[in-house]
Design a binder for this molecule. Structure first.
Ligand code: URA
Length: 238
């Protein structure tokens, strides 16, 4: 048995707070009866309707995928291109948490747990997203510090990050930089480097919080165990 507002949030319909508002406004029915109180408990057999929309109270599943290049981060594509969801063998309706660009590789979580997805993607989330970027040229200490303090992209300053250079290849005049951010703005890493005049030639998300893809080949995935899921919840609320 789980609280009604949690089940609605878990379905991905909305956040837990908004679900509470919907219940208080009389927009939620359980087995055909409108429920006004918060905290009513439901199980997987109960029929839940929110504003006429039926919520599925399914078991939650969690996957960690090592996304290959050339795959879109979406549940479907109108041009018929392969999506990250197509790479997972499941009948459950899952969706990716956040977004990696078509040409970006690495860690991405897929789930049907809307609450965890919202917590991870929340702009104030404390979850580390660790990227390895190959950029043109040599990046100096002062530029790394600028990235760390925040740079302006699309007119808004990025929040504090961590940046360190891992390697510089003199032959190709390229640097490998590890950048750890907490937000997930559109093309954030590429735009952060571009704001300083660098082009990102290659980008991989190496880690989301404590979950890395070191043991997964490109295109491989694994199911997260309940301990890892609990830990992720804890990390989002630290
Ligand atoms: N930042 C980007 O620029 N691209 C990604 O795919 C992820 C983060």
């Amino acid at each position: 048995m789980e609280r009604l507002q949690k089940v609605i949030a878990n379905s991905g319909y909305t956040s837990r707070r908004k679900a509470e508002e919907l219940i208080s406004k009389g927009l939620v029915k359980v087995n055909g009866v409108t429920v006004y109180e918060l905290g009513v408990k439901v199980n997987t057999n109960d029929l839940i309707e929110v504003d006429g929309y039926i919520i599925k109270n399914e078991n939650k599943v969690y996957y960690l995928l090592n996304k290959p290049r050339g795959i879109i981060t979406s549940t479907s594509d109108d041009k018929g291109r392969k999506t990250v969801v197509d790479l997972i063998n499941t009948n459950v309706r899952i969706y990716p948490v956040g977004r990696l660009d078509y040409d970006t590789t690495g860690a991405i979580i897929l789930t049907n747990d809307g609450e965890l997805a919202n917590l991870i993607m929340h702009p104030k989330s404390k979850i580390d997203k660790v990227y390895i970027a190959k950029i043109n040229g040599l990046i100096g200490k002062s530029q790394l510090q600028r990235l760390e303090k925040g740079v302006f992209i699309d007119g808004k300053k990025t929040s504090k990050s961590r940046a360190r250079i891992k390697n510089y290849d003199k032959k190709t005049d390229t640097s490998i930089v590890e950048l750890t951010i907490h937000e997930g703005r559109n093309h954030q890493v590429k735009k952060m480097f571009e704001s300083l005049g660098y082009d990102v030639l290659k980008l991989k998300r190496e880690r989301i919080s404590f979950l890395d893809v070191n043991n997964l080949k490109s295109g491989e995935y694994r199911i997260l165990n309940p301990k890892e899921v609990k830990k992720l919840y804890n990390e989002t609320t630290k």
